[in-house]
Design a protein around this ligand. Structure first.
Ligand SMILES: Nc1ncnc2c1ncn2[C@@H]1O[C@H](COP(=O)(O)OP(=O)(O)O)[C@@H](O)[C@H]1O
Ligand SMILES: O=C(CO)[C@@H](O)[C@H](O)COP(=O)(O)O
Length: 574
């Protein structure tokens, strides 16, 4: 009976909101609910979902905020008419690297959840620490230096764990925690990632880490498929490795594992069925690559708070400049990622400066930004003989490259390969609309060129398709410029569900976990049910001969510019 056909929920607990998205077995979206942390929460003095301690470069989020969000999203789905008894599987996606510190009371509080009370009202003492360090945190330089050294250098750490040490990665964050809050660390029974925290709430006990998201900790040895004891030893500080192993718990290999049934709290409060199964929640970026049957020749660009560039690949080629993770569902595949802290918020700064200069914020606050970005010639060159204008726009300290916040503007002459720092010819803030998009896309092209191949017919190496997801994927001006720079022989696409790709990927993971036949891969199952005409839309051209090659020359200037800025910044420090 159609009314009894199964449904699956995917949650996306990202930086600025929690989303819940419900799909049926045909992968069609039937309900969506959203809780925007800044706009919808009560009692938290957060901005863009987080709190900051500038003095120590700390960025963190109150865990109770997420509890409030979860009950509200479930209530909203119920109000929309969702019959929770049809929901057969739940999975989720969490902003990556964030850690949640559970107290010794947590297991008992989770097991005994009372459906008469909200999660927020009854889980306060389940946490030894009320905050979760956020991926935008950059307080751990000292700890990163130690992680980079412990195996012999950043290359060795990248080879073992998929990434060199990064401020936001959970291992360096935990090490700093043992030093800054030693007594709280001692009172901590378990540590979750945001993804496993989400699964824990549904299970009613602390869930294991997910096989992909665990790679965002600098603790997991990807080729060995196990924690690396040398990294755990360092991370545990003065408290010892055995204690840390207990806090972290085991990591099941199967991304579709049945972790258990949903806790009675959800059955009584929302009407879930007792046979609804919880599937491991993964990171928001790994979940994003599950939103469609992604081919190794495709690229995804997630334009969320962070900008991330994602590919699914069978080759493991770790490098200190990039990230490799286990694929969330398919052993033998990896996820390649680049992650920029200065993504959506940096573009918003330029947008707001333009609206301020024009003294008008239209109903669509991006309208002026988009129009100006499209009217500005590529690289600011009115004539082919003009120098190229390019810059870096980092209102926050950046990950790629690892430098402090700042703005730098350059002009580059590709004929002579000369570069000079100059604001000459720049009309700010207007010229920055195109320049910031170009800057972000040139950086992606520079760093992903080793993974792209020629599509044949003598064409230059580039992706087959570029898929845009995340909040910024609504923006056609960004899509057009992305296609000009990144190429994509078949073009630039967005998912029909727009900025909900990550929750969608989580929901598809639940479908696969529950409906797969023995040995059926995620790609097989989703590939068979995928309805290309309905689920994606081409929004811009990709490869454009001439323009692609022009941007190829700009990439060379961009690399020189970045090297110069990094050298300058390092010289200032010493
Ligand atoms: N029309 C638009 N054009 C460009 N950017 C947009 C547009 N709409 C939303 N955004 C950006 O999307 C970002 C939020 O993206 P989203 O993927 O929902 O966030 P999260 O990081 O919480 O997953 C905002 O910071 C905003 O800058
Ligand atoms: O740190 C990373 C990835 O390494 C970020 O991508 C976070 O996972 C947060 O993502 P969004 O909230 O921007 O989706």
């Amino acid at each position: 009976m159609a009314s009894q056909s199964p449904l699956y929920i995917g949650f996306d607990l990202s930086t600025q909101q929690l989303k819940g998205l419900v799909v049926n077995s045909d992968l069609k979206v039937v309900y969506i609910a959203k809780f925007d942390f800044d706009a919808d929460s009560k009692g938290f003095s957060i901005k863009k979902g987080v709190l900051t301690n500038e003095a120590e470069h700390e960025v963190f989020a109150p865990v109770a905020l997420w509890l409030q969000a979860l009950d509200t999203v479930l209530a909203s789905l119920r109000e929309q008419g969702l019959d929770f008894s049809r929901v057969k599987g739940i999975s989720g996606a969490g902003q990556q690297h964030g850690s949640v510190y559970w107290s010794h009371e947590a297991e008992s509080l989770l097991q005994n959840l009372n459906s008469e009370k909200s999660l927020e009202d009854q889980l306060e003492s389940a946490f030894s620490h009320p905050y979760s360090p956020n991926w935008q945190d950059s307080s751990t330089q000292k700890e990163c230096d130690e992680f980079d050294e412990v195996l012999g250098g950043p290359e060795e750490l990248a080879l073992a764990s998929g990434s060199k040490a990064h401020h936001r990665f959970t291992g360096p964050q935990i090490l700093r925690f043992t030093r800054k809050h030693p007594e709280v660390y001692e009172r901590t029974a378990r540590i979750s990632l945001v993804s496993s925290f989400l699964a824990s709430l549904f299970l009613g006990h602390v869930a294991p880490f997910d096989i992909s998201d665990v790679c965002g900790m600098n603790l997991w040895n990807i080729k060995q498929g196990a924690y690396d004891d040398r990294l755990l030893q360092l991370c545990s500080g003065k408290f010892g490795i055995d204690d840390l192993k207990k806090k972290l718990g085991s990591v099941p290999e199967d991304g579709g594992l049945h972790l258990g049934s949903v806790h009675p709290y959800y059955i009584k409060r929302y009407g879930f069925s007792a046979d609804c199964t919880v599937i491991p929640a993964t990171g928001d970026n790994p979940a994003t690559i599950l939103a469609l049957p992604l081919l190794p020749s495709d690229a995804m660009v997630s334009l969320g708070t962070s900008t991330t560039f994602l590919m699914s690949t069978p080759s493991y080629k770790p490098d200190p400049a990039t990230h490799f993770f286990n694929h969330p569902t398919t052993p033998g595949l990896y996820m390649f990622m680049l992650c920029y802290k200065n993504g959506g918020l940096a573009r918003e700064y330029v947008r707001d400066a333009i609206n301020d200069a024009i003294q008008e914020t239209p109903d669509n606050p991006w309208a002026h930004f988009d129009k100006i970005a499209l009217e500005t010639p590529a690289l600011g060159q009115s004539l082919a003989t003009d120098p190229m204008r390019m810059g870096l726009f980092f209102p926050r300290p950046e990950i790629v490259p690892n430098i402090h916040s700042g703005q730098w503007r350059f002009i580059y002459d590709p004929k002579t390969a000369t570069l000079s720092e100059s604001t000459e010819g720049w009309n700010n803030p207007h010229d920055e609309a195109r320049a910031i998009i170009e800057s972000q896309m040139l950086s992606l092209r520079l760093r992903s060129k080793g993974l792209t191949q020629s599509p044949g017919n003598g064409l230059p190496a580039q992706p087959r398709r570029v898929y845009l997801v995340g909040g910024g994927s609504k923006n056609k001006a960004i899509a057009k410029i992305a296609g000009e720079i990144l190429g994509g022989v078949e073009g630039v696409y967005k998912l029909d569900i727009g900025d909900n790709a990550c929750a969608l990927g989580a929901a598809y993971k639940a479908v696969w976990g529950l409906e797969r036949k023995a040995g059926e891969t995620f790609e097989d199952l989703v590939g068979k049910r995928w309805n290309e005409d309905e689920f994606i839309e081409k929004i811009a051209d990709g490869y454009q001969p001439g323009l692609f090659e022009k941007y190829g020359m700009a990439v060379e200037g961009f690399q020189k510019m970045e090297d110069k800025i990094v050298r300058q910044v390092h010289a200032e420090k010493h």
